[in-house]
Design a binder for this molecule. Structure first.
Ligand code: FAD
Length: 290
């Protein structure tokens, strides 16, 4: 498997700037995220405080960011990262569509306002999961409930339903899909909490309770402490020093995920620092390995 010098998670301003800087420093870069930058960029109405782009719309800003990245030879690998494991000297990155390796990692995954449901963290890995594709093999002849936040999750539901006996799909977005066969779609219900009883998992909602062998919660963003086991947090944010280094050697964080102010220019600036720090770390690593 190819081992990249730097893996960057997130294609908002922090991630794109980190990827561009690492590329300028001649490193092999794996940039993981959505092709269209971040919704927080693309959907902003007008931005007045980004240097060099006065009164720019979010859509135009996203275009400018992506064009810059493309012109530097930075490619986006469209994938969602489920977990990053420090293996001592390199990182294993587990994604929806495959696994990757990198010598250093920069997390630029932004902030999510969503809190875990009561009962979610206690049962994570014991029946509650964030990746249907990864765990589908465990569901042969079993049942599952999926809480989905984007139409892209419909493909995951179909994949899981090829193995599972039955899937209950609770879209938390405007659903216009065509899921069928052994998938039951229940619209307009809000999940409230998760309980385990008699070896099954009950998802309590504002209406019914849905019980199955497992529950998949397919949020677009995963809490950083779940993304990287052992990552030190400062409240809801990843704890970093001025080099954007986390408590895990070779792992850096930048942008909204490290704390306020939530601003494009701060995110991009931190992306630059994180990439330069990763480059220095790679030099040290190379020396240590000689
Ligand atoms: C409506 C709105 C208007 C705003 N207006 C302004 C403004 O005028 N000026 C200003 O300075 N700031 C503004 N902001 C704030 C600004 O959007 C954020 O500070 C900035 O986008 C943060 O950049 P980021 O790269 O850290 O994170 P984000 O832009 O949130 O990007 C993170 C990216 O990582 C991806 N990601 C997350 N988890 C994973 C994963 N597991 N695997 C792969 N990818 C993942 C996300 O999908 C996302 O694309 C505004 C925000 C909003 C919501």
């Amino acid at each position: 498997m190819e081992r990249y010098d730097v893996a960057v998670i997130g294609t908002g301003p922090a991630g794109l700037e980190a990827a561009i800087t690492a590329k300028v420093r001649n490193k092999s870069v794996l940039l993981l995220g959505g092709k269209g930058s971040s919704d927080k960029v693309a959907k902003a109405h007008t931005i007045q405080n980004y240097l060099g782009l006065p009164n720019v719309s979010g859509a135009d800003m996203a275009k400018a960011f992506l064009n810059h990245a493309t012109s530097m030879g930075v490619e986006i690998t469209e994938d969602k990262v489920n977990a990053v494991y420090s293996m001592g000297g390199y990182f294993a990155i587990q994604c929806h569509n495959g696994d990757y390796e990198a010598s250093s990692v920069i997390i630029a995954a932004g902030m999510t306002a969503m809190k875990p449901f009561p009962g979610e963290m206690e049962n994570l890995g014991r029946g509650v999961s964030y990746c249907a594709t990864c765990d589908a093999a465990l569901y042969k002849g079993r049942t599952a409930t999926i809480v989905a936040y984007s139409a892209e999750d419909e493909e995951e539901a179909e994949f899981l339903a090829e193995r599972a006996e039955h899937v209950t799909y609770l879209p938390q977005y405007e659903y216009n899909g065509t899921l069928g066969n052994n998938i039951t779609v229940i619209k307009d219900v809000k999940p409230a909490s998760i309980e385990m009883a008699d070896g099954k998992f009950a998802l309590n909602t504002d209406g019914e309770t849905y019980t199955a062998d497992g529950i998949f919660i397919l949020r677009t963003q995963i809490a950083p402490s779940q993304l990287v086991p052992g990552l030190e947090m400062d409240g809801n944010h990843v704890k970093v020093n001025r080099s954007m280094a986390t408590n895990i050697k070779g792992l850096y964080a930048c942008g909204d995920i490290t704390g306020t102010p939530y601003q494009y220019i701060k995110a991009a600036g931190e992306g630059n620092v994180a990439a330069l720090s990763a480059v220095s770390y790679l030099t040290e690593l190379k020396k240590a390995q000689q």
